[in-house]
Write a protein that binds this ligand. Structure first.
Ligand code: GDP
Length: 525
């Protein structure tokens, strides 16, 4: 493939995740986006929570029992000569490290905010990871068909709570029952809300109200609109595409996903404002997506997608070159050469065999225990390793052991395998070597327990620990005398020292008492 063709393949791709708090409208928005691309026959197949049907992305039995999407799934569709990869993140409160890790495989994120609620806890957590990666974040403020918060207040909240500049690209005219539509500050058009009918677009320069505009928008709203637009121009942030690309400024859009209002305009802007697949740092320097050699990394390992076959799928984000089914690759960690014969691409409701894939695409590889989270695979040429994925500090901890001591071999095998897959984090206590599991969400423990029973036939005994904060620490700066029941020293799987604190208060007290203890950044160990 010529360099020019490769460049074209890269430029036409967008890979993003949607982040939000449960019920903000992520699923609805995803469905409407997929419909834009004509990808699925009818919306509603992404998640079966409300319809009672289960989508194929809800693989695991536990998901069926609870009717939620535990695992993030991947969807690809074509729209306006672009290949769009959406990585879904679990929207449930019990979200897990998978949610975080998904954000390491995308080039941008869409943040959905419920306009009646503003910024909620889960959005904030996910936002921080996007921020840490410096990726563009576009904001969609949803549910404009309901009476919500004042839009200016929402902007203020975004700036204050999230610490990012905002630039409203569209601006609402009325809301709830009085919702008239939105004004697009770039195209200088009013998108007129017409209930279930398709939107009508009317030109408006933002100042001079002519008959055409009056015909479509109730006149009483127009003076307010003109005032607010001039306020935004004068007191608001300037637009800067550079800042958007660095994740320092979020373009904001208003709409109603359920009414399919504002989704298409949002998505059109999305294509313009976001970047194609970006370079990635590795052990041999920066790897460009346009490099000819294939490379990718594994950000997620999913077991039991098909319970009948008990297969495991490793999700690979392609970073450079071209993937071809049947190609030979090297697994950088072990230097092992392999032929990738079975590979899958993910569509909204099925997975299909994929023959080729380009940077930004996600492929699924069958895995019989070969891969680990963070692994790099490379095609011809030099073997290298992409920078390690960040560690995400867990907030929940349990001590765990096999109920039946006779099962300890199975227990160890299972725990090591599942930890390698990234299902939970594992810590050991010094001296006694007790097993401690750490998770970001409660559900991770439940999935872990379920799989230990189902796949390794081991019943577990859990003891909940009172600790809720994990901090990586420089071993050289700590002493045994610093620890008690509220501050505990453990080691992570890579032998890094981790201090577990009962709560924020204990942690702050500790810092005051021992100012010389050096804490390390878990995103960069
Ligand atoms: P998720 O949990 O973020 O995936 O949210 P869903 O897409 O499942 O939506 C949560 C609820 O909000 C559902 O009952 C949706 O029908 C509803 N919803 C989604 N978008 C809108 C919207 O634009 N307006 C209104 N009024 N409701 C919406």
């Amino acid at each position: 493939m010529s360099n020019q063709q490769q460049q074209q393949m890269v430029d036409s791709r967008r890979t993003f995740a949607i982040i939000s708090h449960p019920d903000a409208g992520k699923t609805t928005l995803t469905e409407k986006m997929l419909l834009l691309g004509g990808m699925i026959r009818s919306a509603g197949t992404v998640k079966g929570k409300k319809s009672g049907k289960f989508a194929t992305s809800d693989w695991m039995e536990i998901e069926k029992q609870r009717g939620i999407s535990v695992t993030s799934s991947v969807m690809q569709f074509e729209y306006k000569n672009h290949f769009i990869n959406i990585l879904d993140t679990p929207g449930h409160e019990d979200f897990s490290e998978d949610t975080y890790r998904t954000l390491t495989a995308v080039d941008s994120a869409v943040m959905v905010i419920d306009g009646t609620k503003g910024i909620e806890a889960q959005t904030l957590k996910l936002f921080k990871v996007c921020r840490m990666r410096g990726i563009p974040i576009l904001t969609f403020i949803n549910k404009l068909d309901r009476e919500g918060k004042d839009p200016l207040e929402l902007l203020e909240e975004i700036e204050e709570v999230l610490g990012i500049e905002s630039y409203p690209v569209t601006w609402p005219i009325g809301m709830g029952k009085r919702f008239q539509g939105t004004y697009d500050r770039f195209s200088k058009q009013i998108e007129v809300y017409q209930g279930n009918k398709e939107s009508y677009f009317a030109d408006f320069d933002g100042e001079n109200i002519d008959d055409e505009v009056k015909k479509h928008v109730d006149e009483m709203y127009l003076p307010t609109l003109v005032d607010e637009l001039s306020l935004l121009d004068e007191a608001g942030n300037d637009f800067s595409i550079e800042k958007v690309k660095q994740g320092l400024l979020t373009p904001v859009f208003f709409g109603s996903a359920i009414a399919n209002f504002g989704v298409q305009s949002f998505f059109n802007s999305f294509l313009q404002l976001t970047s194609p697949p970006q370079p990635r740092e590795s052990s041999v320097g920066t790897i460009q997506p346009t490099d000819n050699n294939f490379s990718g990394f594994i950000f997620k390992i999913q077991a039991n997608m098909n319970p009948a076959h008990r297969d495991r799928i490793a999700f690979v984000r392609v970073c450079s070159g071209k993937f071809e089914r049947g190609m030979n690759v090297t697994l950088a960690r072990t230097n092992r050469k392999m032929k990738l014969a079975q590979s899958h691409q993910f569509l909204a409701s099925s997975r299909e065999t994929v023959d080729t894939a380009y940077p930004g695409d996600i492929i699924g590889l069958y895995d019989s225990g070969t891969y680990q989270i963070g692994d790099t695979i490379v095609g011809d040429g030099k073997v290298f390793q992409f920078d390690a994925l960040p560690k995400f500090p867990p907030e929940l901890f349990v001590k765990v052991r096999a109920k039946n001591a006779m099962k300890s071999k199975h227990f160890e095998k299972g725990i090591n395998q599942l930890v390698q897959e990234g299902a939970v984090q594992l810590y050991r206590t010094p001296f006694f070597g007790d097993y401690i599991l750490g998770a970001v969400g409660e559900l991770q423990f439940q999935v872990f327990e379920h799989r230990m029973k189902g796949e390794y036939n081991v019943d577990l005994e859990f003891v909940r620990m009172s600790h809720s904060i994990a901090k990586w620490v420089d071993k050289e700066t700590i002493k045994d005398s610093m620890f008690d029941s509220r501050v505990m020293l453990v080691e992570d799987r890579d032998g890094h020292a981790v201090l577990m604190f009962e709560n924020d208060f204990v942690w702050r007290l500790f810092q005051d008492k021992y100012p010389d203890v050096k804490f390390l950044d878990p995103f960069n160990l």
